[in-house]
Design a protein around this ligand. Structure first.
Ligand code: HPA
Length: 276
């Protein structure tokens, strides 16, 4: 079938580049590694890499702690495509640009997106170092990858967002965390554009809105993946309490420090998801 527009032609060329570089692989998941969690990719076997900057339609990720490459490899025997680093709206990417690599994976037939990030806690019962499984999201970025002409010619523009985070796989993550004694919370994720951290007043507002965690990524990826019919799992690593909670004043540095200590447990959660 002929491509309907330039975006689709670009996605087809990008998917072709990945196929050419990594070979014909039936990936079980696209895993996006957020701040502090990039080192998970070092635990894969049979690895090969391709810089984002080499891929049609993508530029390098500029955010600190984000390597900016695709990694193809095996995680506990499962073929996975990993993004070591991601594209953020605050780097100047459009919402469509943020969803673009997810759509490349969709074109490769990848059925599942596992997206991760570092987040601040809104829920005062959470602790730094907890993982938080996203039960739902509140997209406060003000942006949406489907709010453009070209994506809507490829996918249904009016994406249903009921149970956007796959209920069966959520149960699975909870089960794995319990089995392996990994501290996991389950809550509503709030995505903002950033890049400034929130004010204490904004944190209080987000608590009133029903959020449990907050960060500057994920929402556009999730919408893009649902538009493409992919199942989605979202996991945050709580790296700090939200600004003003218990005197917290988050900086970018602590986000990476906490990540380094939780890489092994995150790998175990991934292993558990893929084993199902
Ligand atoms: N706010 C927004 N983004 C974040 C935070 C936070 O407190 N921590 C890590 N990413």
């Amino acid at each position: 079938m002929a491509a309907s527009n330039e975006l689709e032609r670009q996605l087809e060329r990008a998917a072709g580049q990945l196929r050419h570089h990594f070979g014909e692989v039936n990936y079980e998941a696209l895993i996006i590694l957020g701040s502090g969690l990039n080192a998970v990719a070092e635990k894969l076997s049979d690895v090969s890499t391709l810089a984002f900057s080499q891929v049609e339609g993508m530029q390098a990720s500029t955010a600190a702690g984000h390597v900016g490459q695709f990694v193809s490899g095996k995680l506990a025997g499962h073929h996975v495509l990993v993004m070591q680093g991601r594209l953020h709206g605050y780097e100047g990417y459009t919402a469509q640009g943020v969803a673009y690599p997810v759509w490349i994976a969709a074109r490769l037939g990848v059925p599942l997106l596992i997206t991760s990030n570092a987040a601040g806690a809104l829920n005062v019962d959470y602790q730094v170092g907890d993982f938080c499984l996203m039960s739902d999201q509140i997209n406060l970025t003000g942006r949406n990858p489907m709010a453009a002409a070209q994506p809507a010619q490829i996918y249904d523009r009016f994406v249903g967002m009921y149970e956007a985070f796959d209920p069966e796989l959520r149960d699975r993550v909870v089960h794995v965390a319990r089995e392996r004694a990994i501290s996991l919370q389950v809550g509503v994720y709030v995505g903002l554009l950033g890049p400034s951290f929130e004010t204490p007043a904004e944190i209080r507002m987000l608590q009133l809105l029903g959020g449990d965690s907050v960060a500057m990524s994920v929402c556009e990826e999730v919408i893009g993946a649902r538009a493409a019919g992919m199942r989605v799992v979202g996991i945050s690593l709580i790296t700090n309490m939200g600004c003003g909670i218990e005197g917290s004043n988050p900086t970018d540095l602590e986000v990476h420090d906490v990540g380094a200590t939780r890489v092994d447990d995150f790998y175990q959660l991934l292993e558990g998801i893929l084993a199902s």
